[in-house]
Design a protein around this ligand. Structure first.
Ligand SMILES: Cc1cc2nc3c(=O)[nH]c(=O)nc-3n(C[C@H](O)[C@H](O)[C@H](O)COP(=O)(O)OP(=O)(O)OC[C@H]3O[C@@H](n4cnc5c(N)ncnc54)[C@H](O)[C@@H]3O)c2cc1C
Ligand code: FES
Length: 278
């Protein structure tokens, strides 16, 4: 497995400004950020940045916008503790520190020309939104696109306005399911695995990309294998506690792998034998 190249610029905190914020749910907020000097972040879908809240600390956050948006990038953050809680108090015009981008993202060159089955559970839609919007901006480079989203309740759905636009596109098959729904919900109810039998795909030309809570991986992967998708065509993005983001501190280690430099996107066939991975 190729290692990510770490250079001096990965240690340096780059300053940026919050351009706009949007409260998405009571717990998640979206930040549009521009780096000072108009520099581009130059990330790949699936990569993350280390966000610095000066005097508080750093946290790894996935970039949720496509690299096709030049001049700014977006982060969608759930407030769970010190760094993310401080971020939630930021408003337009405030300063922010950024290191990275870090890690291995989705292998775009490998995915090109193939069909994609994108499976997102809850907050898993955040890194996947970067990939999905990248695919839409380069639609002719990819085959069929199936996007399945599972959320606990309707109130947990992120990017609802964009999802409605995806639903109207004829070049993407999009479905959303809720674990629990109010009577007025017209969509599907049930776990995300219940959507998979209804997806018609050609397994030999399909790459499945799965991002969500660990409990979801096991069940979704079982269904994907039953649909005859080869193990080497299943990609997952893993989350681990991280400190440095660049293979130095060992906080994110899973046996021989560092989640921050060998991942966060892994090929299932590389990690399936590691019990702690999923
Ligand atoms: C590669 C990667 C990408 C991520 N992308 C996003 C994203 O796009 N949006 C988002 O909201 N969050 C994301 N996270 C999770 C985010 O990094 C953590 O929520 C954050 O580090 C918590 O920091 P804190 O200082 O606010 O919380 P703390 O005060 O440190 O802790 C609060 C609680 O969160 C737990 N926690 C702390 N760090 C992590 C961690 N790294 N992973 C899981 N739980 C943690 C602690 O155990 C504690 O229970 C990502 C994590 C990784 C590793
Ligand atoms: S976060 Fe330090 S080695 Fe991965």
């Amino acid at each position: 497995m190729e290692k990510t190249v770490i250079n001096d610029s990965n240690y340096r905190i780059r300053k940026g400004k919050v351009i706009r914020t949007r409260q998405m749910t009571p717990h998640e907020k979206l930040f549009e950020i521009a780096l000072d000097g108009g520099r581009s972040l130059d990330h790949e879908p699936g990569q993350f940045v280390m966000v610095s809240m000066f005097g508080v600390g750093e946290a790894p956050i996935s970039v949720c916008s496509s690299p096709t948006n030049r001049g700014y990038f977006e982060l969608c953050v759930r407030a769970v503790g010190r760094v993310t809680g401080t971020m939630h108090r930021l408003e337009a015009g405030d300063e922010i520190g950024i290191r990275g981008p870090f890690g291995k993202g989705f292998p775009i060159r490998v995915l090109e020309g193939n069909d994609l089955l994108i499976v997102a559970g809850g907050l898993g839609i955040v890194p996947l939104r970067s990939l999905i919007n990248f695919v839409f901006d380069n639609r002719r480079d990819f085959g069929k696109v199936h996007t399945l989203l599972g959320c606990k309740t309707e109130g947990d759905i992120l990017f609802g306005d964009e999802l409605e636009r995806w639903m109207k596109r004829i070049d993407v098959h999009y479905e959303c399911t809720l674990d629990k729904a109010a009577p007025e919900w017209a969509g599907h109810v049930g776990l995300i695995t219940t959507l998979l039998p209804g997806v018609h795909l050609e397994p030999e030309r399909t790459f499945a990309i799965v991002v969500g809570p660990p409990i979801m991986f096991r069940f979704v992967i079982k269904e994907l294998l039953a649909k005859k998708i080869p193990e080497s065509q299943i990609l997952v993005s893993l989350e681990r506690h991280m400190k440095c983001g660049m293979g130095k501190c060992g906080h994110c280690q899973i046996q021989d792998y560092y989640c921050c430099t060998d991942g966060p996107v892994f090929n299932y066939s590389d990690i399936k034998h590691i019990k702690e991975a999923m």
